[in-house]
Design a protein around this ligand. Structure first.
Ligand code: SF4
Length: 433
């Protein structure tokens, strides 16, 4: 009889202080949501792209982000059964899986990722930025919860940048519709100086966040701008932007990254520091969350680091200069919404990816096409070909899904990545020759 093989002890990974801070923030918001009804606090549901978090804080609202719940449930392997639940209720296979994970969770009693019931919304704050699904999603929630909806219509970017008319149009809606609705729902009078204070905090956090993003220009890159960035973007894209806690988080993150640069270190992965950077990639498209760690491992095992990604800009394209501005509070809230990635047209997205490949000295562009996200998937093949043509660097295309485990095929993804890395090696040899 063979003796049982001892299980290898998993190496303990040293967690940075910023990681603990980020986790405490996320857990704290879920705890606030769980207490909201008992404490008679009003609750807003809203989306990540183009969110108006600082404005929502002016009304003492507790804010719930349904996309974040879907992501958290995806990472905790719970989203698959919620998606099936939504499909049983009639939602098609092609619908965005964030929506189905959310609807399924709602149908099963709205138990949040922290295993506590989420409160019903008092208001659905719909900042509409480029993805039509946002509108249909909140129509479904409104039908279920029968609560108020405040719609902020953000015009899609037609050319390069946005016009003053577009900005004024958004400001007008803020003044005439959004603020009065939030005052009525919350019972709190709007105070523009309170908004200015929050925007001051946002600006400070945004400065440090851009510094962290741009640190990936170093070789080796001290951060992973896709997988690692999923954790980094959480405070600034959700319920914490505008708070001193988020400001402190980005200051701490910056200090840690400065230290990694000084030590010549690569990014921190779930298995510790990535050594021997071999490939530098730009990635377009959201990640897969149901197999997030296995997916990431396929990269760091090969020495591949993501130096820039469009997904890390989904809640703000700060690296192209935008900052919230306390001196022009409502105008800057409007500009923020207009500027987010989902509101950018295809030529602008191509321009941005081309800039990343060049400025971050990447080996090429990888597209992770998401089966159920039409907003990102539209035009991605054209984008890949165009970026290849402009930069002379090879592109590659893989397909997964956000939070539907049925659409993550590890063998396929790994094969394609391996072929891509070989293609980059060949290209290097040809260039050297
Ligand atoms: S952008 Fe994609 S993932 Fe987000 S709501 Fe739209 S379809 Fe879903």
């Amino acid at each position: 009889m063979t003796a049982p093989t001892p299980t290898a002890a998993k190496p303990t990974v040293q967690k940075d202080r910023s990681m603990a801070m980020q986790k405490a923030m996320v857990d704290g918001n879920y705890a606030r949501l769980a207490r909201a009804e008992a404490e008679r606090r009003k609750v807003a549901y809203t989306f990540v792209p183009g969110n108006i978090n600082e404005l929502l804080m002016c009304f003492d609202l507790v804010v719930n982000y349904p996309e974040i719940n879907a992501i958290q449930n995806g990472m905790r392997k719970k989203s698959g059964r919620y998606i099936m639940e939504a499909e049983k209720a009639g939602h098609s296979e092609d619908v965005c899986t964030y929506v189905k994970a959310d609807i399924g969770m709602m149908l099963k009693g709205n138990i949040g990722p922290n295993d506590e019931r989420l409160p019903n919304p008092d208001v659905l704050m719909l900042s509409y930025t480029g993805c039509f699904t946002f509108m249909k999603w909140f129509e479904l929630l409104r039908h279920h919860y029968k609560c108020e909806t405040a719609m902020l219509h953000v015009p899609y970017e037609g050319g390069s940048g946005f016009s003053k008319n577009s900005r004024d149009y958004v400001v007008k809606q803020l003044k005439e519709t959004v603020i009065p609705t939030l005052e009525r729902v919350s019972g709190v009078k709007f105070d523009i100086d309170r908004l200015r204070e929050y925007l001051k905090e946002s600006q400070k956090a945004e400065e440090n966040w851009v510094w962290v993003l741009e640190s990936a220009k170093h070789k080796p890159s001290p951060i992973d701008s896709y997988f690692g960035a999923i954790y980094y973007i959480s405070p600034i894209f959700t319920a914490f932007r505008g708070t001193p806690t988020a400001t402190e988080y980005y200051a701490e993150l910056r200090r840690e990254v400065e230290q990694r640069i000084a030590n010549g270190q690569g990014p921190i992965t779930p298995e510790g520091e990535m050594k021997n950077e071999k490939y530098r990639l730009v990635v377009e498209g959201p990640p897969n969350y149901t197999s997030f760690r296995d997916f990431w491992k396929m990269f760091y095992d090969e020495g591949a680091v993501i130096v820039a990604s469009s997904y890390a800009k989904v809640g703000g394209t700060y690296d192209f200069g935008f900052r919230h501005d306390p001196d022009h509070p409502l105008e800057s809230v409007a500009e923020y919404c207009l500027n987010c990635y989902t509101n950018h047209n295809l030529p602008e997205r191509v321009r941005m990816l081309e800039t990343y490949v060049n400025e971050y000295q990447a080996d090429g562009l990888l597209i992770n096409s998401i089966k159920s996200c039409n907003s990102f998937a539209a035009g991605q093949l054209m984008m890949m070909k165009e970026v290849q043509k402009r930069t002379g660097k090879p592109g590659a295309f893989i397909e997964t899904d956000l939070v539907d485990p049925r659409y993550f095929s590890p063998a396929n993804v790994k094969n394609r990545l391996e072929s891509y890395f070989q293609m980059i090696d060949q290209k290097r040899r040809a260039t050297a020759a």
